[in-house]
Design a protein around this ligand. Structure first.
Ligand code: F6P
Length: 357
């Protein structure tokens, strides 16, 4: 009998169900007796013992379904060692649930924070397999995370829609794309959507340069400009502040997000209207795109193989279009960021996209 536990933690994305389906189908096709325990709402389910026994029917028809059949929640890694409001030791509680169910391993689907806790559980002696989920594509050690391509499609659609109305009204438009710490999604959607200016957390911008780029377009007779701005875009002045000073400044900000601040600043300089569109959580919603369905099926099948070989303590990554087991201890806590001097940024610049630097 093989007993596995499964949970989805952190912000959701489109392809979580597709990935879980891949794992379970990969096991069910090769193992005589299989029990799958699904923990509800991320690590919370593991901590408080909220789980249900899943059958193959639960994994049928979910390849195309967005969200997660298990539910998710954010359980910050930095608080994992802090007892809950009733004094419960969360790490100990998770271990107890695992041992009580006599699990062979725990399959954990999630992003960076989730991965750090997965690694902690590995260090505590549990058998862990991690699957790299996030629309941000910022997990170190894998070329791509699931959710990323689906989110690119949605963010690109948003930019496409703004393009036509911006052109009709000769307006400057900002489309704010998700990503507080890294700008992969903004970079890809920006390039795919033909944005004129792309602002990323990794490349602090100079407002004067942003305004110059808009004016350059006007001089060429282009009446509108599209900016793709990451949630975490940061000006050169703000990037020079300490973390604490920057946090305090953001807390004082009179705008709902950096995009509205940039819009007001550009509007002041140009004396013309600037509009902001925020697709927000739609970027994580809806059904997974075909690329993500294939990616998750492959990652899931590779995870099933690792489980059958009892090769635990790893993330199932995709590297050079091949699935790969990457030791969790080598990657947990690391971020994969856009390289400001990398090929993609250089090529985007070569075709005239401004990064405001
Ligand atoms: O990590 C994924 C992500 O969607 C980020 O791109 C975004 O900044 C954040 O989660 C939003 O988090 P929440 O759903 O908690 O608002």
């Amino acid at each position: 009998m093989l007993r596995i536990g499964m949970l989805t933690s952190g912000g959701d994305c489109q392809a979580l169900n597709a990935a879980m389906r891949g794992v379970v189908k990969g096991l069910a096709a090769n193992v005589d007796e299989l029990e799958v325990y699904g923990f509800e709402n991320g690590y919370k389910g593991l901590i408080y013992g909220n789980y249900r026994l899943l059958t193959s029917a639960d994994f049928s028809g979910i390849l195309t379904r967005g969200g997660t059949i298990l539910g998710s929640s954010r359980q910050p890694f930095k608080l994992m060692r802090t007892p809950d409001e009733n004094g419960l030791d969360k790490v100990e509680a998770m271990k107890q649930t695992y041992y009580k169910l006599n699990l062979n391993c725990l399959v954990i689907l999630g992003g960076n924070g989730t991965q750090k806790t997965a690694n902690l559980l590995r260090e505590e002696g549990l058998n862990i397999i991690h699957l790299p989920k996030t629309i941000d594509n910022d997990i170190y050690g894998t070329d791509v995370t699931f959710g990323f391509q689906s989110a690119i499609n949605i963010a690109t659609d948003a930019i496409d829609c703004i393009h036509t109305t911006a052109a009709s009204h000769n307006r400057v438009f900002i489309v704010e794309v998700m990503g507080h710490k890294v700008g992969w999604l903004t970079l890809y959607a920006g390039v795919a959507g033909g944005a004129d200016i792309i602002l990323l957390p990794e490349i602090p911008y100079d407002l004067e340069k942003v305004v110059e780029a808009i004016q350059r377009r006007s001089r060429k007779g282009k009446g509108f400009t599209i900016l793709a701005v990451a949630e975490g875009a940061i000006s050169k002045e703000d990037a020079a502040l300490s973390k604490k000073e920057y946090k305090a400044k953001v807390a004082e900000r009179k705008y709902p997000s950096v995009s509205y601040e940039i819009a007001a600043q550009i509007s002041d300089k140009l004396g013309s209207e600037v509009r902001v569109a925020v697709p927000g959580h739609t970027q994580r919603g809806g059904s997974p795109c075909p690329y993500d369905r294939v990616l998750c099926t492959r990652l899931g099948a590779a995870a099933a193989k690792a489980i059958m070989e009892e090769d635990y303590g790893c993330m199932i990554a995709m590297v050079n279009n091949k699935t790969k087991r990457v030791p969790l201890g080598d990657v947990a806590g690391k971020l994969k960021m856009v390289d400001p001097g990398g090929q993609m940024v250089k090529e985007a610049k070569r075709i005239g996209i401004s990064f405001g630097d």
